[in-house]
Design a protein around this ligand. Structure first.
Ligand code: IMP
Length: 428
């Protein structure tokens, strides 16, 4: 069987954890391919309690699944250990977690630089999660990064950290007026941490290709979302990796022909965390109500999410740049009780209508949504299990989203529980 990519079709937080949970049962492998502990999703542990995962793939809770932190991920060893201990203390078997030898390490200086840079930018800041993600990817591209495999060769590790700190300390001390870091101390700390996960370091690219040859199912779990992609998102208000489906190949080592389904996760309305353009944003009562009804507060930073109506221009764009085959529409239940529900079908950009994502960022900043009103419904949807159980207006809302987004809506979430899902078509 195939490799299936699961990606966020908006600005992240679309409810990917729930979709992974649903599809995870069919998979033998769950792979993270980009990002790091800027991501976050809550999973429900066997003891019934919630646990927030930031780095470890969510398949860790499904017995028999092998979880991979792929080469495209940036790994903070302290966070990795914290998550491993948190899971183990609560009885979760973590033995099936592998880490690519090619993944890059987030070092303490990446976190320090992320935070000072944001403070320095003041009002112009991106609103990063402050986890060192951007600075770590910068080092990767600049070819001065430290990789997981360097933990297996102390001499190389020392050389790399010393070389990096020669420059980073100048930046921290002379530009940002902070304390520099001691190379010796940094190396000793990471080597100590590595003791606890050394045996998990693997050639995951080879293992995944062998798994495909055995026709096993691999779920590639994207974090963040399409509009936060460094190439396809609302640059510069983006993350520093490629959450889009192309990133799944680069960040796991699976070739494009190995992928047979791309599932987009789409929230029934829109949210965004951090700065950057958001055409359908609501700053009034209606936005506040979506935030409280939808529980729109970040798992990683606790920040309140910005909220707005569904934007079909973004969804169409996501379908196009990812090659989405199916959508999983989440949180439809949150919209119950509204008299009518606006859907953004196009933008007015400086007096001209467009139905596609504007070519320039200035265009995105100037985009004024053109809305179509859909009649709302009052019924509670949380008990619906088939499409026919939904009120006619909710069905019409889903069908309109499907038409406008140009991909079929194959599953619908009507509540946080695993069983609160309507499956319309098989997705893999
Ligand atoms: P960074 O990924 O920490 O560099 O942050 C860059 C931008 O991506 C900021 O606007 C963050 O709020 C946003 N971001 C990063 N990770 C997530 C996520 O998992 N969900 C939603 N937004 C995110």
């Amino acid at each position: 069987m195939p490799a299936i990519v699961l990606i966020g079709a908006q600005w992240g937080d679309e409810g990917k954890g729930k979709a992974t949970d649903l599809l995870g049962e069919q998979a033998q492998w769950v792979v993270r391919y980009q990002g790091g502990n800027n991501a976050g999703h809550t999973v429900v542990l066997p003891d019934g309690q919630d646990f927030a995962l930031h780095l470890i793939p969510s398949g860790i809770l499904t017995p028999g699944v092998t979880n991979v932190i792929g080469n495209g991920v940036v790994v903070d060893p302290a966070v990795l250990l914290e998550e491993l201990s948190g899971l183990e203390e609560r009885g979760v078997d973590t033995s099936r977690l592998l880490i690519s030898a090619d993944a890059h390490l987030i070092m303490p200086y990446h976190v320090a630089i992320d935070r000072v840079t944001e403070r320095y930018l003041g009002k112009k800041q991106i609103g990063t999660t402050g986890r060192g993600i951007g600075p770590c990817y910068q080092d990767k591209v600049a070819r001065v990064g430290v990789r997981v495999q360097d933990l297996l060769d102390e001499k190389i590790l020392r050389q790399k950290v010393e070389a990096a700190l020669e420059y980073k300390n100048q930046l921290l001390v002379k530009v940002y007026n902070r304390r520099g870091l001691d190379a010796e101390e940094v190396v000793d700390t990471v080597l100590g941490q590595a003791e606890r996960f050394r045996d998990r370091i693997a050639d995951t690219k080879l293992l995944l290709s062998q798994a495909l040859e055995r026709r096993e199912t691999i779920l590639l779990e994207g974090s963040q979302g399409t509009l936060l992609d460094v190439d396809h998102g609302t640059y510069p208000f983006v993350t520093s990796s490629n959450p889009t489906s192309g990133g799944a190949c680069a960040g796991s080592g699976i070739g494009p022909a190995g992928i047979n389904a791309v599932i987009g996760i789409l929230k029934a309305y829109t949210t965004r965390v951090g700065a950057g353009p958001f055409p359908t944003e609501l700053t009034d009562e209606a936005g506040e109500s979506l935030r409280s009804q939808g529980g729109e507060f970040g798992v990683t930073t606790g920040r309140s999410r910005r909220t707005g109506w569904f934007d079909a221009v973004l969804a169409r764009y996501a379908t196009r740049v990812n090659g989405i085959t199916d959508y999983f529409l989440t949180k439809l239940d949150v919209l119950s009780g509204l008299e009518s529900i606006p859907i953004c079908v196009g933008y007015d950009v400086d007096g001209e209508r467009t139905d596609e994502m504007p070519m320039t960022q200035t265009g995105v900043h100037h985009a004024v949504p053109i809305y179509e009103e859909m009649p709302g419904w009052t019924e509670d949807l949380s008990g619906a299990r088939t499409f026919k159980d939904l009120p006619a207006n909710a069905q019409a809302y889903v069908q309109r989203i499907e038409e406008l987004s140009k991909a079929r809506v194959s599953a619908i979430g009507v509540g946080p529980g695993r069983e609160q899902t309507i499956v319309r078509h098989s997705m893999a």
